[in-house]
Design a protein around this ligand. Structure first.
Ligand SMILES: CC(C)(COP(=O)(O)OP(=O)(O)OC[C@H]1O[C@@H](n2cnc3c(N)ncnc32)[C@H](O)[C@@H]1OP(=O)(O)O)[C@@H](O)C(=O)NCCC(=O)NCCS
Length: 306
């Protein structure tokens, strides 16, 4: 019979072993997953997460684990988060019991949703799906190799964004929201906050904000920054975000040429990989990124806790 309880220090070694095994299995199936992890660091981390890690046992043997950190900020409701190393289970019944016990605790902590990253294939997704989880977004990765940089259509040029671009950049952000199915009206207060955030980004030496200009108008943008260390990703990975092309010039190779140039810059600066994330419901992004060369690695699943 399977039993579940929160982690005790003498379970930690068995859980670390499961995570090491799982990550190397993920990397075997998806070579753009980085299997490297420091077992000792992970062991210490787990010992500090005893109340947010659940462990399943069968006859005294560990058969699964589930870690979920309840996080939130002023703009996002509280949610429980599980990374690619946060769950392992020998079968779907083990996952069911882990999720049942953990969800009760997350609800008590005020979380309204649970997000869990898992390898992007049916074998990994199906046990979650049977519990009501649905894919929300995909993480795609590409190795940066020297390649030809395609030219932008005539009359368009790439440059760094400037504070004076801010209003046109805000309009492009709205195009992303619409593509992601979040066209919600932005209040004046939000607009002020977003303007401030964008202006701060321009000051951040780690962030690069590229725009494509044509006829004095900002027609496309991409924002890049070094991806912070995270499980499953390689060091020296560039994170590419807020990629958007104005609807009036979509489908003419603007994004392809802009990203070619951005990634050429990144490769010369010493980056080895690029990552981007897109919503599974965003048809343009779901078609564009894999065709551009980004291979899906992990998918973020979501389930309501209310
Ligand atoms: C995704 C997006 C950035 C692509 O921009 P784009 O400039 O239209 O992209 P490209 O023109 O380079 O490629 C788009 C398509 O046109 C085709 N294409 C490329 N060059 C072309 C050309 N010269 N002539 C005709 N078609 C061309 C490509 O094959 C591509 O097909 P695909 O989407 O099936 O892969 C754009 O659709 C967009 O801004 N969407 C809304 C915002 C968004 O979803 N952003 C991503 C958030 S993760």
């Amino acid at each position: 019979m399977t039993t579940v309880r929160t982690l005790q220090p003498n379970d930690a070694r068995a859980v670390v072993e499961r995570i090491v095994h799982q990550l190397s299995d993920d990397a075997r199936r998806r070579p753009l997953v980085n299997a490297h992890l420091d077992g000792e660091v992970l062991y210490e981390t787990i010992l500090h997460a005893t109340t947010s890690t659940w462990v399943a046992f069968d006859d005294g043997t560990v058969v699964g684990h589930l870690y979920g950190a309840v996080l939130g900020d002023p703009t996002h409701a509280l949610a429980a988060w599980t990374g690619p190393d946060g769950a392992s289970f020998d079968d779907a019944d083990v996952l069911t019991q882990l999720v049942r016990d953990a969800s009760a605790s997350w609800r008590r902590a005020g979380a309204a949703q649970h997000f869990s990253w898992t390898l992007d294939d049916d074998e990994h997704i199906d046990p979650w799906r049977s519990l009501g989880y649905e894919p929300l977004s995909v993480r795609g990765v590409m190795k940066l190799l020297e390649r030809d940089v395609r030219a932008l259509p005539a009359g368009l040029s790439l440059r760094a964004a400037r504070p004076a671009d801010i209003d046109q950049v805000l309009e492009l952000d709205h195009v992303i929201d619409v593509a992601q199915g979040e066209p919600g009206a932005v209040s004046r207060k939000d607009r002020h906050a977003i303007r401030r955030e964008l202006l701060e980004l321009l000051e951040d030496p780690e962030v690069k904000h590229y725009v494509v200009e044509g006829d004095g108008n900002v027609l496309a943008q991409a924002i890049t920054f070094p991806l912070p260390a995270r499980r499953g990703s390689f060091d020296e990975t560039l994170h590419l975000s807020e990629v958007v092309v104005h609807p009036s010039v979509q489908g003419h190779g603007v994004a392809s040429a802009m990203i070619d140039a951005v990634l050429d810059d990144a490769r010369r600066e010493g980056y080895h990989y690029v990552e981007a994330q897109w919503r599974v419901t965003n048809e343009q992004a779901s078609s564009f990124w894999p065709r551009y060369g980004l291979a899906p690695t992990y998918v973020r699943l979501a389930r309501s806790l209310t």
